[in-house]
Design a binder for this molecule. Structure first.
Ligand code: C2O
Ligand code: CU
Ligand code: CU
Length: 617
């Protein structure tokens, strides 16, 4: 194991070229490296076994295994996949999606006691997390519970959640993204009486829509992140798959449907809207039903987020169709990356046929049957118990979640992921409700957090990345140059470094030896701003409510392209935080002590260390 580590470190250094060396002496650098290397000191625990005192209503085996799937015409694709075998409970508990690489749909009832036996049939460690479920820390799929090939991990918990769409996916530290990308993910629905009473469209009228993007080679095999650049901004495919299928079409009758939408991409953000301008009627989000439907021109959907959509095809003619598209928007990626993806800047390398923020179809609904009757949209859907700021344990001192983006490091609160590295502000008293503030911490180095968050004053002084981020400013570190060298195997050596700056480096890399002179000037904005991008921040455990969003004036024009697409009237467990944006949330930490993670659900970022633990005690 230690051999492997030092190998990967050497490889990493070689890949990233001399540009990175410039960082080596800086405070925080080694710690950041550690986070990325897996030197995080995670203990290896004996896998949890079935407890004789737990009497499950539902029990199933869940296998993680390698398989092949028919995705594109022609050759089968090598994937990793969940499969389930029901051992006890209602047979509706497990529903396969025929022909898909996605895991089966899991249907649970609130109040059920559930035992899941996770079998690792992969050739690598894994663990499964029940994203959205409120379960004990030891059942949450924290990376410290990974099991080796051949091992079995037993989960036992009671379903405490209200009705909603949740996700199950792997969570091994540093390989979550890869495993999800390879196919390990599925939707988990909780049902309850409040939902049942509404008699919403169900059965064939309730359709899961899991949206993912993938990149294939000529042999129909999946291609994953090839460069540090792919990891820094997230990995983006150029094919949209829905439920595991390209060019997804559903045949519908002219009546109302319930679409259960999940963004299962590792990084891609969607702006969902109907192609004929019909507004999107939203009845639920991550944490279940809204109180009342919301009608939106479009809805933003970041990785990990869910949407419950009322799609009414009533009155539409047989033969007509409605396409759900991702509509144009800007500002979620660093400007430079956005331009490169669109093929500008001579950016062959990072050009993508489906740039983030461009206009492209997600799926098509074809009306194939005319019917005269349809259920009506209930005006009142549910009751949510809202908390006020005065209910929180810390109304004047929000728990900080500071996003920092920087060279080779995506951090939260200035620190990469490390096991047992709990800071004071990450200790949370059980059975409290906490006010939290998510903000961009780059830009001012260590002191920045102070002004935007009272609580962060405590840790401002010891923020190891302060120096690191600060260095980016006007320094011209040649970060991207460094990355690019990796792609081209050292070509261009260290010229990119000196004073040339990030974009110099980039340009240099893309065009071989052509240097980046004259680009240094563009560097003026500083690294922090250059790298500024949107992050879907996810917190494990109970869902939270969004109290406020505020955007800095210089981001307003990009923000206007997405701002009508956020929904604050429901419970959430992922919130998309745009560049320059500050979001306040209220989150309960009830019932369970232990480690509950918070991280970016851009899974490439998560794997780079943009992840931390709260210790609930
Ligand atoms: Cu869906 Cu910790 O993640
Ligand atoms: Cu989660
Ligand atoms: Cu992120």
């Amino acid at each position: 194991m230690s051999n492997l580590k030092s190998n990967s470190r050497r490889h990493f250094l070689a890949q990233s070229g001399l540009g990175l060396m410039a960082f080596a002496g800086m405070p925080g650098f080694l710690r950041a490296m550690e986070g990325m290397q897996g030197l995080h000191g995670m203990p290896k625990l004996a896998p949890n076994k079935a407890s004789p005192n737990f009497n499950p209503d539902v029990e199933f085996d869940l296998f993680c295994r390698s398989n092949t799937a028919s995705i594109l015409p022609g050759q089968q694709t090598q994937v990793q996949q969940y499969a389930a075998l029901l051992k006890k409970g209602p047979k509706e508990t497990i529903a396969d999606i025929t022909g898909s690489y996605l895991g089966p749909l899991i249907h649970l009832q609130k109040g059920q006691k559930v035992r899941i036996n996770l079998h690792n049939k992969l050739a690598e460690p894994t663990v499964t997390h029940w994203h959205g479920l409120h379960v004990p820390a030891a059942m949450d799929g924290h990376p410290m519970y990974v099991i080796d090939p051949g091992e079995i991990l037993v989960y036992e918990f009671e379903v405490l959640n209200r009705a909603g769409m949740n996700i199950y996916h792997p969570h091994p530290h540093e390989s979550t993204a890869k495993q999800v990308y390879n196919g390990l993910a599925g939707a988990l629905f909780v049902h309850d009486e409040e939902e049942a009473k509404l008699e919403l469209p169900s059965g064939e009228y309730e359709i899961p829509v899991v949206i993912q993007d993938r990149l294939f080679d000529e042999q129909n095999q999946l291609i994953y992140a090839r460069s540090m650049h792919d990891r820094m901004i997230g990995f983006y495919g150029d094919r949209i798959l829905v439920n595991g299928f390209p060019d997804f079409k559903i045949d519908v009758a002219s009546r109302a449907y319930r679409l259960r939408i999940l963004n299962g991409s590792t990084a891609r953000i969607y702006k969902l809207g109907w192609d004929d301008g019909t507004p999107v009627t939203v009845i639920g989000v991550d944490g279940g039903l809204l109180e009342k439907p919301e009608v939106k021109p479009y809805v933003m959907l970041a990785p990990g987020e869910r949407l419950d959509v009322w799609a009414d095809f009533s009155g539409r003619n047989e033969g007509s169709q409605l396409v759900m598209r991702s509509l144009p928007f800007s500002g979620v990626l660093p400007k430079m990356a956005e331009r490169m993806m669109r093929g500008g800047m001579g950016g062959m390398m990072h050009h993508n046929k489906l740039p983030v923020g461009s206009d492209y179809p997600i799926f098509t609904a074809r009306v194939t049957k005319k019917v005269s009757d349809s259920p009506k949209l209930p005006p009142q859907l549910s009751t949510i118990k809202w908390h006020r700021i005065t209910d929180t344990a810390n109304p004047d001192k929000p728990v900080p979640i500071g996003i920092s983006e920087g060279p080779m490091a995506m951090l939260l609160n200035g620190r990469p992921y490390a096991y047992n590295d709990i800071q004071d502000f990450e200790r949370i008293k059980v059975n409290t409700i906490q006010l939290m503030e998510i903000f961009h911490a780059h830009g001012g180095g260590g002191g920045h957090g102070k002004e935007s968050s009272p609580a962060s004053g405590e840790h401002g002084a010891e923020k190891p990345s302060g120096g690191m981020m600060g260095m980016g400013h006007g320094g011209g570190m040649g970060m991207m140059g460094g990355m690019k060298h990796g792609d081209d195997d050292q070509k261009g050596g260290g010229q990119g470094m000196g004073g040339m700056g990030m974009m110099g480096g980039m340009k240099h890399g893309d065009d071989g030896q052509k240097g980046g002179q004259g680009m240094g000037g563009m560097m003026g904005g500083g690294m922090g701003m250059m790298m500024s991008m949107a992050h879907p921040i996810h917190l494990h455990g109970q869902q939270f409510q969004i109290v406020s969003r505020s955007i800095s004036a210089d981001e307003e024009s990009d923000y206007a392209t997405v701002s009508e697409g956020f929904i604050e009237s429901g419970l959430k467990d992922v919130v998309l935080v745009m560049p320059g944006e500050k979001v306040r949330i209220i989150k309960p930490f009830q019932d369970f002590k232990g480690l509950f993670m918070y991280h970016c659900h851009n899974l490439e970022h998560e794997d780079m260390g943009m992840m931390r633990d709260f210790l609930v005690e």
